[in-house]
Design a protein around this ligand. Structure first.
Ligand code: URA
Length: 194
């Protein structure tokens, strides 16, 4: 029932003209995965492939994200709802501008309000800065739990594009740290399922 409300917001978003990105987009990218009340991931913004397909995280970074989730038995088909801070691709994949983020925020807030996920993963700097007022970088913040909207637990995690640029799996490397974080997320997720 609540999930039908998401469809209404999605349709409204598909014809949104609240910022200039509506002029350059092919598709709005509202969400992927499954609507659920446990686990949500918020990324930055759609890229080239996401814009073409209308699906979040379908490029190389998305494939890596699926692999990471899969390592702990989580999949976008069954367990996680995926969205972004903004729903249209910024030209040349630049960072979203403050007015674009502000214009799009109502859609993200509605997604959170409707689903009330218990765990929210903030994927990368842009998502982190949308929820946590801090000067600290993602390297300091990742893996820590923060209090999120609607009594959720929020955790900043590295963006998979960053991991694609850092190949090492040595102890302490970004990929190794991501592995620690996703194991912690799965532990808390499993507790919610008990
Ligand atoms: N990067 C993001 O942050 N979101 C996407 O949907 C794709 C790539």
């Amino acid at each position: 029932m609540a999930y039908e409300e998401l469809e209404v917001i999605k349709e409204k978003c598909a014809s949104c003209e609240k910022c200039g990105l509506c002029k350059t987009r092919t598709n709005t990218v509202f969400s992927g995965g499954v609507p659920n009340d446990k686990l949500m991931l918020i990324g930055e913004a759609p890229g080239f492939y996401e814009d073409k397909q209308g699906e979040p995280f379908v490029g190389k970074a998305g494939q890596l994200l699926d692999k990471i989730l899969g390592c702990v038995g989580l999949s976008r088909k069954e367990h996680i709802y995926i969205c972004n801070t903004i729903k249209c691709r910024p030209p040349e994949n630049r960072d979203p501008l403050p007015d674009e983020k502000a214009a799009c925020r109502e859609y993200l807030d509605k997604q959170i309000e409707i689903l009330k996920p218990r765990i929210i993963l903030l994927c990368g700097r842009v998502a982190v800065n949308s929820f946590i007022d801090t000067n600290q970088g993602i390297t300091k913040l990742r893996g820590k739990w923060f209090e999120g909207p609607h009594f959720s637990k929020m955790m900043p995690i590295f963006h998979p594009s960053y991991l694609l640029r850092n190949d090492s799996r040595e102890k302490g490397s970004p990929k190794w740290l991501m592995w620690q974080d996703i194991k912690e997320v799965k532990k808390v997720y499993d507790q919610l399922c008990k």
